[in-house]
Design a protein around this ligand. Structure first.
Ligand SMILES: Cc1cc2nc3c(=O)[nH]c(=O)nc-3n(C[C@H](O)[C@H](O)[C@H](O)COP(=O)(O)OP(=O)(O)OC[C@H]3O[C@@H](n4cnc5c(N)ncnc54)[C@H](O)[C@@H]3O)c2cc1C
Length: 516
């Protein structure tokens, strides 16, 4: 058996040391690097990225029509104005990220083709040691860092979720998961079956419908759709009267967040009225005043319990009305040579079957972590506001929002981490941990998410591997941007939940804990 290549990579030199190591060059990692440079200019840092390029999600997904389902005024960073239409293609998002990298000289800090395979914390040295396998030569490069900023996302980029369907091997056509779609595939004139009805299906179905012979969307259950034009009237008007782009960005973000706040509240207080409004939009955009919502477009869950699929210009409904798209609401009995047979006995024949069945959750990129030699089981930890975890020092994780734009939280976590690093410098601390406070004794320790409030499949399937939460705001990631935007700036880094160099922050508290 060949030996691991660790020493050849390090080849007679010490590991590369940085103050902060960022894992991942997706939208979280690039945003975090920007904030670190701006707010902690004295800190050295590196970004390790498994892929050969930046972008994460927006590089991985290459299916036809790939685009955001959030508006880019809020999915874009707060510091870089978005100047295009609100809903952007994957290519436009990559271009925007590329500009952020270039304008801020972030590229020099990124080590592409470096897959992190181990992270070990040593309290004796107050250091993380990070091992990364280099794609170029298979060697293991070693880094050390005072602080680890995990921006590795939440799902496995290589292995999407494919249910264990009976007979899949019998199918003679082309089967692919949307996450692994090869953009050179010719689908013109083909019969395409898309399995799923979430955001990915909502994107890919109208795009396929433009060139395919016919598209069928097979869904287990219906989804809510929000149809809108792909433009923001306020942004257009502000530009027309000569307002500068940074101001347009700031004002339009405020408008969108305000409107989303109203919408979220209304989804909870008057879900039936909201559904009627969504239906009205569908009728208007599809051009069919008698559009039939039963049985394929009347969901069984409450509006907003899962992501509301955005539908620019009502494209999916237009395809349905024009006869280019059929929808089947049923479960799969089995795959056949020619397609899929449903539980009710219908056989759907297809030349290409595309699974839009979602992700496999990957907690901390599946990387083995240890603290002072003991392996970390994330399920044994409790999260501090979805950013830090008990028992794991000098580490922050960027887990964004699912209902609001993910990136809103990238900016907020960026402020928090930079404040924390600055505070540690001020008090001369080299180690910070979060720990339950005396008043948290007896607090209920619960699964990461409140399943009756928000329950996408990949989170439910992977919940056992996720950190736990408590029932107080400090100990949960509640997916509520509107609460967190007010709470985060008030975080007191001298609070009892922060333990620096093994000491509770105030002497009174230290003695209170010691006396427990
Ligand atoms: C098709 C699609 C559309 C979406 N649209 C929206 C939207 O419109 N709005 C919204 O808010 N959210 C959307 N999301 C959610 C989306 O994933 C996030 O918004 C966001 O892009 C996640 O960014 P990230 O940088 O945190 O993670 P990722 O994009 O997953 O990037 C993580 C990076 O870390 C790297 N990495 C992982 N493990 C390792 C390792 N061990 N070593 C080194 N590098 C590693 C990966 O290669 C990757 O480049 C969408 C998701 C998908 C899949």
């Amino acid at each position: 058996m060949s030996k691991p290549n660790v020493d050849r990579a390090a080849a007679g030199r010490a590991p590369i040391h940085v103050d902060v190591l960022i894992a991942g060059a997706g939208i979280s990692g690039i945003g975090s690097a920007y904030h670190l440079q701006q707010q902690c200019p004295g800190k050295s840092y590196a970004i390790l990225e498994a892929k050969e390029t930046f972008g994460g999600t927006w590089d991985t997904h290459k299916y036809p029509g790939v685009r955001s389902d959030s508006d880019l005024y809020t999915f874009g960073y707060r510091f870089k104005p978005w100047v295009g239409a609100p809903i952007a293609s994957g290519a436009e998002i990559l271009k925007y990220m590329g500009e952020v990298i270039e304008e801020n000289d972030i590229g020099a800090h990124i080590h592409y083709g470096h897959r992190i395979t181990a992270c070990r914390w040593s309290s004796a040295d107050n250091l993380w040691t990070i091992e990364a396998v280099r794609a170029a030569d298979g060697a293991t490069a070693v880094f050390t860092a005072g602080f680890l900023w995990m921006c590795q996302g939440y799902y496995d980029h290589e292995k999407p979720y494919i249910p264990d369907w009976p007979g899949l091997a019998d199918y003679r056509g082309r089967f692919v998961h949307a996450q692994l779609w090869d953009p050179s595939t010719d689908y013109a004139g083909k019969r395409i079956l898309v399995i799923g009805s979430g955001a990915t299906a909502a994107t890919v179905v109208p795009a396929f419908a433009e060139k395919a012979a016919h598209v069928t969307m097979l869904q287990r259950s219906p989804t809510y759709f929000f149809c809108s034009e792909n433009k923001n009237e306020l942004a257009d008007r502000l530009r027309e009267v000569g307002i500068d782009e940074p101001t347009v960005h700031r004002v339009v973000r405020a408008q969108i967040m305000h409107d989303q706040d109203q919408m979220t509240r209304r989804c909870q207080t008057e879900p039936d009225t909201v559904f009627e409004e969504l239906k009205e939009l569908i009728r208007a955009f599809s051009g069919d005043p008698n559009f039939a919502f039963e049985p394929h477009f009347t969901p069984r869950y409450r509006v907003w319990q899962q992501r509301l699929a955005f539908c620019p210009e009502g494209d999916i409904f237009k395809a349905a009305v024009q006869g280019k798209l059929s929808v089947v609401t049923d479960t799969i009995d089995r795959f056949t040579e020619k397609g899929v047979r449903t539980a009710s006995g219908e056989e759907i024949e297809a030349d290409i079957i595309v699974a839009a069945t979602g992700f496999n959750l990957s907690v901390m990129g599946g990387i083995p972590f240890s603290v002072d030699g003991a392996p970390v089981d994330w399920a044994d930890t409790v999260t501090y506001r979805g950013m830090m975890m008990t028992g794991v020092p000098n580490l922050a994780w960027v887990m964004g929002y699912f209902r609001a734009s993910w990136t809103l939280r990238v900016d907020m976590v960026g402020d928090f981490v930079c404040n924390l690093l600055g505070h540690m410098d001020d008090i001369g601390a080299r180690k910070v941990e979060v720990a339950l406070r005396p008043e948290d004794a007896g607090m209920a320790i619960l699964p990461w998410i409140e399943a009756d409030n928000f329950n996408p499949g990949y989170l439910m399937r992977g919940l056992d591997a996720m950190p736990r939460r408590g029932d107080k705001p400090e100990w949960r990631h509640n997916q509520d941007y509107w609460a967190e935007k007010d709470a985060f700036p008030l975080i007191d880094l001298r609070g009892a939940e922060f333990v620096y160099d093994g000491q509770r922050s105030s002497p009174e508290l230290a003695s209170a804990v010691a006396a427990e």
